[in-house]
Ligand binder design. Structure first.
Ligand code: AMO
Length: 431
């Protein structure tokens, strides 16, 4: 006998079904069970007189126990679940569940302690089906364009994004770090002549942040391209990617996302590009908000939300690029715009959050070395990184995009925690 997923059960076939007991309803002569597997639910009917041993065992069984039934389904028009009823001839109890320690009203923290139980809900499962799809579409986009997929080391000797928020570890007696970004290795790939690379993987940030958008272990897409001259080219590419992913996801999951998460995916015709300096004029003109001169190096979370509100209301896009940041506010590897204090770095925001940042890089050895010093970093500590630029390296640039954040925004979730399989933060190291 073959095991069938519940979604594939047809009447009058001798099969096996197995899953969790969702509900047990005992009547005088019959016991009804709602059995659930990863594909759906089916009603199982056990007549007490015909199957006394089975009925006795089921009536004593707890919810969420795992059972395997042998038998066949019959048509039962009155049954709302698939119009079918499964009539078992034998059974096996695979696992007896203790009392479930969480419910809908349990605190978020306790639910996270028992994350695997929380994940049994259909809504949770759907999130991860959508995530799988989004990641597959990202990969498809880059493979079609003949990018090479790389997997860079997560244990490193240098910190690419400034050393402050880094997890240190002992590496055979030597100090090492969990990677904050594949940045250096993406750039190494450019010096290796790989031309177009991408990576989908985790990075680690030891920030003591308890915000709804930060995680200590972020799962991200990174890509890097050689022989480009401007950040406009990079934004064109990222815009194509994001529109492709949103369009495909809307086509496949749009209705379900609207029904389950009460949000509609909107694919913009054009993602607007706004210079950072112009954001502050917009805040003043449209919202009467004045930002102090000293706070104009970047957008704070309120600023990110406000510029997204503006983009949505006036430019018909829930996504927006912020460009032309002051060089001093961006990572040392960012290329400066000739004759300006600004650089070729940009962020992309979605529904109020930064979801990606990118830049054209400084690939000229001497200038890069200067920029490292300007940022107050000892260039001797960057010796190994600087080696990449000594032996011929094309101009290049790239982007890092947080997939956890993208999914959280796509599904309009309150916190990034809800988009991650198992979250990691300053006060969370289990399960
Ligand atoms: P950045 O530090 O902005 O840039 O990171 C890129 C993107 O990664 C995601 N991200 C995070 N998501 C959740 N929690 C965190 N703690 C976290 N940290 C980062 C965000 C962010 O936009 N090397 C550059 C990228 C590049 O220029 O290619 C970098 O790491 O969505």
């Amino acid at each position: 006998m073959e095991r069938k997923y519940i979604k594939d059960v047809q009447p009058d076939e001798e099969i096996i079904i197995s899953g969790w007991i969702e509900k047990i309803r005992e009547q005088k002569t019959i016991i009804f069970i709602v059995l659930k597997d990863s594909t759906g639910c089916i009603q199982v009917a056990i007549e007490k007189e015909k199957m006394p041993d089975m009925a006795k065992a089921m009536s004593a069984l707890s919810r969420q126990s795992v059972v395997r039934f042998y038998g066949s389904a019959v048509k039962a028009e009155k049954v709302t679940l698939k119009g079918l009823e499964f009539v078992p001839t034998s059974f096996e109890i695979e696992s007896v569940a203790q009392e479930i320690p969480i419910s809908e009203t349990t605190s978020q923290e306790l639910k996270m302690d028992f994350r695997w139980l929380e994940l049994r809900a259909d809504k949770e499962r759907l999130k991860f089906e959508i995530r799988t799809f989004v990641e597959a579409k990202i990969r498809e986009f880059f493979l079609k364009k003949e990018y090479i997929e790389i997997h860079t080391p997560k244990i490193t000797s240098q910190c690419s994004e400034g050393g402050a928020e880094v997890f240190e570890l002992d590496y055979y007696g030597q100090k090492a770090y969990l990677t904050q970004s594949p940045q250096f290795y993406k750039q190494m790939a450019m010096a290796s002549g790989f031309d177009k690379v991408f990576e989908i993987g985790s990075y680690y940030r030891a920030e003591k942040s308890f915000t709804s958008r930060h995680t200590a272990e972020a799962f991200c897409l990174d890509f890097e391209v050689a022989h480009l001259k401007s950040h406009e080219e990079l934004m064109d590419l990222e815009e194509d990617l994001i529109k492709f992913v949103l369009r495909q996801t809307k086509e496949r999951f749009g209705d379900e996302i609207l029904r389950v998460f009460d949000t509609e995916i909107k694919v913009p015709i054009k993602i607007p590009r706004i210079k950072l300096a112009d954001c502050f004029s917009i805040f003043k003109k449209y919202y009467g908000v004045e930002v102090k001169e000293s706070k104009r190096l970047d957008l704070d979370p309120d600023g990110e939300k406000l510029i997204c509100d503006y983009s949505k209301e006036y430019l018909d896009s829930e996504l927006v690029f912020i460009t032309d940041f002051p060089a001093e506010a961006r990572a040392f590897y960012t290329k400066k715009i000739d004759g300006s204090f600004d650089c070729m770095g940009f962020d992309m925001l979605y529904r109020g959050w930064e979801v990606s940042s990118g830049a054209v890089r400084e690939h000229r050895y001497d200038i890069l070395k200067e920029q490292i010093e300007e940022h107050g970093v000892d260039s001797a500590k960057m010796k190994d990184y600087l080696e990449f630029f000594k032996y011929g390296c094309p101009p290049h640039g790239g982007v890092g995009l947080g997939i956890d954040r993208l999914i959280a925004k796509l599904l309009d979730l309150v916190s990034i925690k809800e988009s991650i399989f198992v979250f990691r933060g300053p006060s969370r190291l289990k399960p």
